[in-house]
Structures are given as structure tokens and as C-alpha cells.
Design a binder for this molecule. Structure first.
Ligand code: IMP
Ligand code: MG
Length: 191
């Protein structure tokens, strides 16, 4: 696994193109919130978010849901440092804080790329006997999928480009950009 030295200058100048605007994200989050609210009507849902990339999505999505919600946070690592390649290796850095037994769990993910992280997580959560587990992701990058994943709620399908912003990072930077952008390739290819 390579550790790139990330030289961050002007955040938005490092972005080659904006793939999903702030307005598009907001509209999609509202739409997903409404669908989730009606699908789970009469029940409560436990949102399990995967740190750190899903933090802005989780924060916005939970406020777009109108039924009772509980939240929990996990942190796993599938990428090391600034690398843009997945390893298939998943490590749990932060576990659930409460039991999900008997609960309707909705995993909130920023992006599904190879699907290996989520594949592992789904098995891990199923072992904790929830009533149900569904998946909500903001971005779906199907080009590099290695594990078959059923996505119940999908925000946007995007091409095979490395993206940053709205929680997504490169070398832990760019998470605070309010939109999803494609990073200039020369920023991570010149190693
Ligand atoms: P997967 O196991 O390959 O599906 O990887 C999922 C994780 O990889 C995501 O939760 C992100 O943290 C990271 N990731 C995948 N693609 C990108 C990207 O384009 N930009 C930033 N992070 C990404
Ligand atoms: Mg992630």
C-alpha cells in the first residue's frame, strides 16, 4: 500500500470537474429521506453510518427522515492512508455502541466501489441478529465491483473516477468540500 504525500493547495482548484453539485446532493437527500420514511412507516430505523466519509451524508439524511431514527457509528478501514486502491482487507476501528438485535438497520455509506467493505460489514451486522438490514449509499461506482451488493437506496451512479468532497477524502483532505468533485489525476498519479 502506497502512502502518497498530499500537497493540498486551494481545495477547489485541485478539483478538475464537479460531478455532483451541492444542489443535486440536497435534492437527492430529500428524495431518499422521503422514500425511507414511507418504506419504514410505522417502524423505527437504526441508521448505521460508516465513518469518516459518510459523516455529512448521515447528518443530512437523518434530518430528511420523518420517522423515529436511532443512529450508530462504525469506523472501518479498507484503504490505507492516501492510497486510492482498495486492499480487500477490512479492519474494524470503531464498533457499534449499542446492540442492533431485533432492529431494522439501514447502513448509510458514502460510496460503494469494489463493494468489499460493505460485503464484510453486511456479514458482520447480520451476525448481530437485526430484524433487517438494508443499504443506502450516496454514490455507486459499479465499474470496479468485486462483491455483489444489493443497494436498496442509491443516490447517484458515477463513472470510475476518483472523487472527493462531501465527506470523501484523498489523504484525509477535501472532506469539507460541499460538492462531489473529480480530483485532478496528476495530484495522485505522480508518485
Ligand atoms: P470498497 O470496499 O472498494 O467499496 O470501498 C469503499 C470505501 O473506499 C469508501 O467508503 C471510501 O472510503 C473509499 N473510496 C472508494 N472510492 C473512492 C473515491 O472515489 N474517493 C474517495 N474514497 C473512495
Ligand atoms: Mg467510507
Amino acid at each position: 500500500m502506497t502512502q502518497a504525500t498530499v500537497k493540498v493547495g486551494d481545495l477547489s482548484a485541485d478539483v478538475a470537474t464537479i460531478l455532483v453539485s451541492q444542489e443535486q446532493i440536497a435534492a437527492k437527500v430529500r428524495d431518499l429521506g422521503q422514500r425511507i420514511s414511507s418504506d419504514y412507516a410505522g417502524r423505527a430505523v437504526t441508521l448505521v453510518s460508516v465513518l469518516k466519509g459518510s459523516l455529512p451524508f448521515m447528518a443530512d439524511l437523518m434530518r430528511a427522515i420523518e420517522i423515529p431514527v436511532q443512529i450508530d457509528l462504525m469506523e472501518v478501514s479498507s484503504y490505507g492512508g492516501a492510497s486510492t486502491e482498495t486492499t480487500g482487507l477490512v479492519r474494524i476501528l470503531k464498533d457499534l455502541s449499542s446492540s442492533i438485535a431485533g432492529k431494522d438497520v439501514l447502513i448509510v455509506e458514502d460510496i460503494i466501489d469494489t463493494g468489499l467493505t460493505l460485503n464484510y460489514l453486511l456479514r458482520y451486522l447480520h451476525d448481530r441478529h437485526p430484524a433487517s438490514v438494508r443499504v443506502c449509499c450516496l454514490l455507486d461506482k459499479p465499474a470496479r465491483r468485486l462483491a455483489e451488493i444489493v443497494i436498496d437506496y442509491r443516490g447517484f451512479t458515477i463513472p470510475d473516477r476518483f472523487v472527493v468532497g462531501y465527506g470523501l477524502d484523498y489523504g484525509e483532505y477535501y472532506r469539507n468540500l460541499p460538492y462531489i468533485g473529480v480530483l485532478r489525476p496528476e495530484l495522485y498519479q505522480s508518485k
